[in-house]
Design a protein around this ligand. Sequence first.
Ligand code: AMP
Length: 432
Amino acid sequence: MPFSNLMLSKKMQTNLKALGYSKPTPIQEKSIPLLRKGKDILASSQTGTGKSASFILPILENLPIREEKRVGDDRYKIDALILAPTRELVVQINNSIKRYSKGFPHKSVAVYGGVKLGGQVKEIRAGANIVVATTGQLLKHIKNRTINLSIVKIVIIDEADKLLEMGFIDDIRVIIKLLPKKRQSAMFSATFPSSVIKLAKSLLNNPIRVEIEGDISAKEIKQLVCFIGEEQKTALLIHLLKEKQAKGILVFVNSKRGANLIVEKLEEQKIKSIAIHGDKSQSIRDKALKDFKNGEAKVLIATDVVARGIDIKNLPLVINFELPIKNEEYIHRVGRTGRAKNQGEAISLVCQKEVTQLEELEKLLHIKLQKVTIEGFNYNPSLKLSNKKNKQKDIKNNEKLKKAKELAEKIMNKGKKSEKTANKSKKNSRHF
Ligand code: AMP
């Protein structure tokens, strides 16, 4: 189906052609006409499938042109709102809007924490009528009276499950109350736990469910598992980094401390890498991602702060140094590679205590991941897929480990919070 069948203007079709898009992706094919007709939708979000355009294009086409220049407090009344869980995703969506909106009379602004409000206020005063925001910073602007939601016509919640998992439900409730009743709304989510359904009920009006066949187990991504002793993981990582010499390698870890530690260990081996996680300042996070995206930095060590939605072209390899704390996150991590029909490879380093989790992950994915051994890193003979007898033991150990990790994060964050109580927007970094 061509773009011309999706109720898109000639101007938009020209923009898409200039970007080299020959036809819509499945999520675009289903979502765009519904949103163009003014319907509310609840959509399964797939990673790297052109999801952002599926809501950005209808926003640009549906929003009425601002007839007169707004003055005074009316300058802060915005027309469309997009909420996303991480600063990186907010920036990326905002950049996509800029690419798609050539020739349209709408301007967007990225609203996220870790930076002063001033620059964002300036953009709103200069006429930005589409706000892409993290919830914390948006609420700051609302309190500051530098964003007003009273005439919003379209609202999108992207990565809804992640937003809820990060504990932003109260923020979202406050935001929804400030929106006008008459509006168009859409929600995108990777999973649909009861919390997401509940939120959908309070946000959406007679929503149409949009589902796309096929999943991230996208054929373009080769997913491998390498069993390894926990103490050998760093050595194996170094070996893989030296051997693969890929254009870009994204290594996921579960903690900020773990990310810093790996960077140090790699440095000892003269492998240059940069860490990205919630404790890094926004400017460092932005630069790290920019350098990685443009190929200046080859190895990025990241927590799940970049697992969702972040689009990195030509990323051939993702390494899971450890399986994520929540299995759903695996799907997002791995989805960073193999985007837009490129080939990609994902290798997960799995040690004994992660074996039970691996089995659960395979159940979630409905596939058995291919196991590989790397020369010089022999399969640990004590490592065997858990049988029923030691399964209970593994589960108990995993639970203990999870609790210990959560406690450690809490303690670390408590210390931080008292240092920086004023900086409430740091909320985003709480988990990563
Ligand atoms: P997204 O899932 O929105 O982050 O998009 C993933 C990547 O696919 C981005 O690099 C987009 O520029 C690209 N993309 C989106 N829609 C299309 C399309 N219809 N044809 C080709 N590439 C696309």
